[in-house]
Design a protein around this ligand. Structure first.
Ligand code: BGC
Length: 269
């Protein structure tokens, strides 16, 4: 392990990493020396593109398809990962979707699908990762922790979001899932933390930034006056996965250009 490769010999599984923030995280972990499992639900092409990018830089990667809301598929993904790489050191629970609707029109399908991927999927993957950490055991030569779990939450784990109640409820749920897990697993040297991204340029929020008018409106919510990039989240994930952050557990790091700073109060109140 060196300063440039703090994740050398670590195996990381990143859910939903065929595009967007997950891709940014997978690339950053690989650039820091980790071998990476690029999980995807539907975009085989996207996942293979990310795997190729990683291999081009000299790190190892494989793509594995699994819908994280499906228990059987999650179990299969972990057994394939362990067959291929021997173990898992870092789980990044990134897979997440939005199915937006005004509340009175929200369907049970919109509610269940968002909860299924964002919350149930995070639970299922975390459970399998913990089983594997315990099976492998603590090895101080690998890392100071027996394992690391990183949730990709959102500023909407604390900022209410009208028109997106299923999404905000799922992220609020992730916050206490993360903290309760951190409390339960700390004695076993398993660290559990979250990253809370603000507005990051990906497909999930394309309409909020892909025209100058939309971007100008979005920037009113961002004191730092820049819409984030997936790499802004990747670098935080590297630090949270590495021993550099060994004393952190149960914490959300918000990477949001100041979105949580009540921007409306900059000139008022
Ligand atoms: C959402 C994006 C949104 C951002 C800031 C994220 O969690 O997925 O659609 O732009 O929060 O509001």
């Amino acid at each position: 392990m060196t300063k440039d490769t703090p994740l050398k010999d670590q195996v990381a599984l990143v859910t939903g990493s065929s595009s967007g923030i997950g891709e940014g995280i997978a690339l950053a972990l690989a650039a820091s020396g980790a071998s990476v499992v690029v999980n995807y639900a539907s975009s085989k092409e996207g996942a293979e593109r990310v795997v190729q990018k990683i291999r081009d830089t000299g790190s190892e990667a494989i793509a594995i398809r699994a819908d994280v809301s499906d228990e059987e598929q999650v179990l299969e993904m972990f057994s394939k990962t362990i067959d291929h790489f021997g173990t898992v050191d870092v789980l990044v629970n990134n897979a997440g979707i939005q199915k937006d609707s005004e509340f009175i029109d929200m369907t049970i399908e919109q509610w269940d699908r968002v909860m299924g991927v964002n919350l149930r999927g995070a639970f299922l993957c975390a459970r399998e990762a913990v089983k594997e950490f315990i099976r492998r055991g603590f090895d101080p030569l690998r890392s100071k922790a027996m394992g690391k779990i990183i949730f990709v939450s959102s500023v909407h784990e604390v900022i209410p979001w009208a028109g997106h109640v299923n999404y905000a409820a799922s992220k609020g749920g992730i916050m206490l899932l993360m903290k309760s897990l951190a409390q339960e697993l700390a004695p076993q040297k398993i660290r559990v933390n979250s990253i809370g991204p603000g507005a990051i340029k990906t497909n999930i929020n394309r309409s909020a930034w892909d025209t100058p008018e939309a971007e100008a409106k979005l920037l009113k919510l961002i004191p730092y006056k820049r819409v984030g990039e997936p790499a802004d989240i990747g670098s935080v994930a590297v630090w949270l996965a590495s021993d550099e952050s060994d004393y952190l557990t149960g914490t959300t790091i918000y990477a949001d250009g100041g979105m949580l700073l009540y921007p409306g109060f900059a000139t008022g109140g």
